[in-house]
Design a protein around this ligand. Structure first.
Ligand code: AMP
Ligand code: MG
Length: 330
């Protein structure tokens, strides 16, 4: 398959919509990360998403909409908590898990009786959703297990030849996936930290249960969280405590070392230093691109400076720890 590279002009957006209406796959820019889109009512199109990504069949997809009126066909009930969240955070980086309607194929919900829905704010994503008049099922447009794509080039690196088209809408502003909240229980559950912070959710909802960590043997509420995620080729080690001392003591054991840091840093000569930026927003925005960048540089190991879990850093540290397979050093 020849993967088309489209731009964000009117003509190309129409081509993207035609492909989606015909049951094809198009990677689209959103404010979180690039999504691999297909018609959410078409079970075959949705199945093709799983094939292109190598995604386990039990990991459900997020359905994207442009208008609240589309919910009637997708979910059976929009309860008070869902309404509060939509009012506060849509359009934006928040995904809400609700009871699904029969129109959503089991392939999309991975056999669950719920469906995850998001209204993105990205202008190109909205134009596509608006014009093709379909809800679009779209997980992140990376090969399963790899860091999510925040540029069209990242998508091409993973998906060239496997999907119909990639629409280039520039860099994603948030850079991390959406926050996922399940509102089907009395007390809402945070299933994945993301662009909307835990603190923001609590302001709107009151009580929110953090439900994104789980122990071996437990069945997670969000199937996706049990898989190894966001991992570059080299092992990532998150360093707690004195980062500079750890690098000085350990970098000489390797040929080429990747350093991911947020403080000022002078590293030994065999290190490639990538700064995450000056504040948590920048950390979120640069994390995945840096992890992919270390792949391109062919480093042997990556040492990452630890971060706290306040605000959006909860999502950044969640992705970083998963990329490291929870490997820490002091
Ligand atoms: P991705 O779009 O690749 O970021 O993955 C979608 C995420 O949303 C995964 O972590 C899924 O487990 C989660 N998700 C999607 N649908 C549901 C659902 N019905 N219930 C719980 N989690 C869901
Ligand atoms: Mg993903």
């Amino acid at each position: 398959m020849n993967t088309l590279l489209l731009n964000d002009n009117d003509e190309d957006i129409s081509i993207a919509c035609k492909i989606l209406n015909d049951g094809g796959l198009v990677a689209i820019p959103t404010e979180t990360v690039y999504g691999l889109g297909a018609n959410a009512f078409d079970k075959n199109a949705s199945k093709n998403i799983f094939a292109a990504k190598g995604r386990p069949a039990d990991n459900p997809l997020i359905v994207h909409i442009a208008h609240l009126s589309q919910l009637d066909e997708i979910v059976v009930d929009v309860n008070e908590n869902a309404k509060k969240l939509m009012k506060a955070f849509w359009p934006g980086p928040l995904t809400i898990v609700m009871k699904k309607s029969d129109n959503i194929p089991m392939e999309v919900s991975a056999g669950l009786d719920t469906v995850a829905v998001r209204m993105p704010s990205h202008s190109v994503a909205r134009k596509i959703l608006d014009r093709c008049k379909l809800p679009i099922a779209a997980p992140s447009a990376n090969t399963s297990g790899k860091p999510s794509p925040t540029t069209a080039k990242h998508v091409m690196d993973d998906m060239n030849g496997k999907i119909d088209a990639v629409l280039d809408g520039g860099n994603c502003v948030v850079g991390l996936e959406s926050t996922v909240v399940d509102v089907t229980d009395e007390v809402p559950r945070l299933l994945r930290p993301g662009g909307v912070t835990y603190e923001q959710l609590c302001e709107v909802l009151g009580d929110v249960i953090k439900n994104y960590e789980f122990k071996d043997g437990e069945i997670p509420r969000s199937p996706g969280v049990k898989y190894k995620h966001y991992a570059p080729k080299a092992q990532v080690i998150v360093v707690k405590g004195d980062f500079g001392k750890y690098i000085n003591d350990n970098a000489n054991k390797y040929n080429k070392v990747g350093i991911l840091c947020h403080s000022d840093f002078n590293a030994p000569k065999n290190c490639i230093v990538k700064s995450m930026g000056r504040n948590p927003k920048e950390y979120a925005n640069t994390l995945f691109a840096h992890l992919r960048g270390f792949d391109d540089e062919g480093v042997d190991i990556i040492f990452a400076e630890d971060i706290d879990d306040k605000g959006i850093n909860l999502a950044v540290s969640n992705r970083l720890y998963k990329a490291a397979g929870y490997k820490f050093a002091k």
